[in-house]
Design a protein around this ligand. Structure first.
Ligand code: FAD
Ligand code: 2HG
Ligand code: ZN
Length: 478
């Protein structure tokens, strides 16, 4: 039974969004688990209701009604987040504000090189809309078939093209946001220059739904490359991978659009769980690298450049073997292998994820030293290392020892493993989250690893914008 006070709120929400768009547990036929459970199945929350607004005015009215009833709101997009940031807690008192009905492309401005979309637009649909208009929207990640641009902005998602185009923040020119008071900030300018005070757009991006609800965004478009080539290279060490990155920057310049590293154990999991993907070269080398060359001239120019780069790398010994995709299908196949590591790891069992960043130059020493410390302190753990080496961002993931039960391993060792890895990250001048965010999973770690003055400023901002802690409470700042 619901507490009697929540009934008037639910009635109000039905009036605002329509009864069909307010889902509750009162209807036994409705399964709320897609909104209550996070992607990794770390947490199963309990929502008071899942509310699905259809436009910005409805979002504003929902926020006003919730504020008046002192009911917290958890904004949610595609629910692909990896840090338990977009699902409700277990109290049954929070509403999930699902943005997926707000999914239209509002405008494309070819001369200004911008596209304006609603927050619930699925990333892949945004990429397609850009492509159909003759442009490239470069944000790309494994979850692109279901994550939304609102969630990408909420987490300041990175992905596989950051080395050339930057992360989501760098791709955004304007936002429309509903504040914690239910007011609408109309900030959808497509301006590349605007120095009229504090940068509220960049404050909202990466705030994980704790400062405002993003309802629409104006994003940058780019010309489509004339040719895109992908290569897969075996490298003898992480040091060699960093050497290859330097060479690729030097030889390809801005044409280098992807540089991903993958450790042997990570690839062995893809081979084990998805053998049909035919992972190349992984058996004979500790690391593989996936490189992408996007050329504005022609395919033959791109191929010539790529072959010269790989020849030089073979000559210097930082590459021991390599394959260049012959066509788009092969290139997509190589990318698919890379994007399948997350799923292969999940299939293997529950694991401890890290999305750390470290200055590229220090990554080889970090890996050697931290691998040894983990092996010494947690005998048998298996390291699933891969990630966006071009951005200094590693997914330095830790899988339970062979045969061990994942949930039991996590209960016993997750905090200790995190402490060891985050201490190492701090020693190497890195960040404990490069792209997935803080969410709930790292909230208790942030005070220890974030600069205290920065934390105090963050708390002051939260207090100023959301004084009643209505928006996604318990996330980022706890
Ligand atoms: P959700 O999971 O629904 O929400 C994420 C956060 O954003 C929550 O805190 C939520 O409250 C907030 N939020 C959602 N919508 C809004 C809104 N409209 N306004 C304000 N706040 C909002 N991340 C990367 O950075 N790089 C990767 O390469 C990458 N690869 C992935 C691969 C897989 C297979 C998976 C499952 C996830 C991956 N992720 C990656 C993690 C994830 O952060 C991204 O998928 C994506 O940015 C989340 O978008 P979403 O719509 O699913 O957001
Ligand atoms: C990726 O780069 C994502 O594929 C997910 O950020 C990383 O599964 C992970 O740990
Ligand atoms: Zn990533």
């Amino acid at each position: 039974m619901r507490p009697p006070l929540t009934q008037p709120l639910l009635e109000q929400l039905r009036q605002i969004c329509g009864a069909a768009n307010v889902l509750t547990h009162d209807d036994p036929a409705t399964d709320l688990s897609p909104w209550e459970q996070d992607w990794r199945k770390r947490v199963r929350g309990l929502a008071l209701a899942v509310v699905r607004p259809g436009d910005t005015a409805q979002v504003a009215a929902v926020v006003k009604a919730c504020a008046a009833a002192n009911t917290p709101i958890v904004p949610q997009g595609g629910n692909t987040g990896l840090v338990v940031g977009g699902v409700p807690n277990g109290s049954g008192t929070q509403i999930v504000l699902s943005m997926t009905r707000m999914n239209t492309v509002r405008a494309i401005d070819p001369a200004n090189l911008t596209i304006t979309v609603e927050a619930g637009c699925v990333l892949q649909n945004l990429q397609t809309a850009a492509e159909q208009a003759g442009f490239l929207f470069p944000l790309s990640l494994g979850a692109e078939g279901s994550c939304t641009i609102g969630g990408n902005l909420g987490t300041n998602a990175g992905g596989t093209q950051v080395v050339r185009y930057g992360n989501t923040r760098e791709l955004c020119l304007g936002l429309e946001v509903v504040t914690a008071q239910g007011e609408v900030w109309h900030g959808l300018s497509g301006l590349r220059k605007d120095n009229t005070g504090y940068d509220l757009r960049n404050l909202m991006i990466g705030s994980e739904g704790t400062l405002g609800i993003i309802t629409a965004a104006t994003m940058k478009l780019y010309p489509q490359p004339a040719s895109q080539l992908t290569a897969w290279a075996a490298v003898p060490s992480m040091e060699a991978a960093v050497q290859l990155l330097g060479l690729a920057h030097h030889r390809l310049g801005p044409s280098l659009t992807g540089f991903e590293v993958m450790g042997q154990f990570a690839l062995s999991l893809v081979d084990k769980h998805f053998p049909q993907l035919r992972v190349p070269l992984w058996r004979e080398t500790p690391w593989c690298v996936l490189l992408e060359n996007s050329d504005s001239e022609s395919e033959s120019h791109a191929r010539g450049q790529f072959e010269a780069l790989l020849e030089a790398a073979l000559g210097q010994g930082c590459v021991t073997d390599a394959v260049v995709a012959e066509n788009l299908t092969q290139a997509k196949g190589l990318w698919h292998i890379r994007e399948s590591i997350t799923m292969a790891q999940a299939t293997e069992g529950l694991n401890i994820k890290h999305d750390i960043s470290i200055p590229v130059s220090r990554i080889p020493d970090f890996v050697v030293e931290t691998d040894a410390l983990l092996a010494q302190n947690f005998p048998g753990v298996r390291l699933v290392d891969f990630g966006h080496l071009g951005d200094g961002n590693l997914h330095y993931n830790v899988q339970a020892p062979e045969g061990a039960d994942g949930p039991t391993f996590l209960r016993e060792f997750e905090d200790k493993v995190n402490t060891l890895v985050f201490d190492q990250v701090t020693k190497f001048d890195g960040s404990i989250s490069a792209e997935h965010g803080v969410g709930e999973l790292k909230v208790h770690k942030l005070p220890h690893y974030k600069d205290p003055t920065a934390l105090a400023m963050m708390r002051a901002v939260k207090q100023a914008l959301d004084p009643h802690n209505l928006l996604n409470p318990g996330r980022v700042l706890g």
